[in-house]
Design a protein around this ligand. Sequence first.
Ligand SMILES: [Zn+2]
Length: 235
Amino acid sequence: MRAINILTVSCHPDDIEIACAGTLLKCVQRGDKVTVCHVCNGNMGHVVIPPAELREIRIGEAKSAGAIAGFETRTIDIGDLSVNGCDMIQRDKIVALVKEVQPDLIITHSPTDYMPDHLAVQKLVFDASFAASCPQYGAPGSAKVTPLYYMDNLAGMNFLPTEYVDISDVMELKLQMLECHQSQLKWMRDHDRIDFADFVRTCSKFRGLQCGVEYAEGFTQAYVWPRVTTKRLLP
Ligand SMILES: [Zn+2]
């Protein structure tokens, strides 16, 4: 299969590492170009660190994780809890991103996700990736309407994958990327007694159990015209 161009649009700076970094690492290994963009800057994701300071820290953490993997890392830089699926200014920023990146495949959050900001991002991405096909709308140029894949929900809740990717050989690298998000992991370990790396490993192990490998990630996709292909696009 020829190398493809993949755009992943998540909500928070660490969502990729939680849900689909293993798959994206496999994509880079087979020669794909991977661009990851988080829409929110994560500025509300701490009890003690103030938002402006946390924004800087979290953008840096996402860049460090992306550098391990060879992803291009971008942000739309909207404050946490301020993302709105019906906001045309926010949508048009993603239209411009899609027109610039020219992806063959887009990955985002699932419509069954638990978190309001994730759901808003899912709607923005669904709408923007269609609007980007119109040369007369928004930023100059146009992009094709691509297949749209949805990454797993947190803890796999309310999510039945229709496609699995074996990530066994990149599992440790995925966790290394997750550890870049120290503003999140350290707080949870020190104060909440939650080992989030163990949480993510357990979820990947459970998805692996479902498809007969050690570790896996699961996906569903938008089954709407014209986003379905006859080819498998994921590794
Ligand atoms: Zn998130």
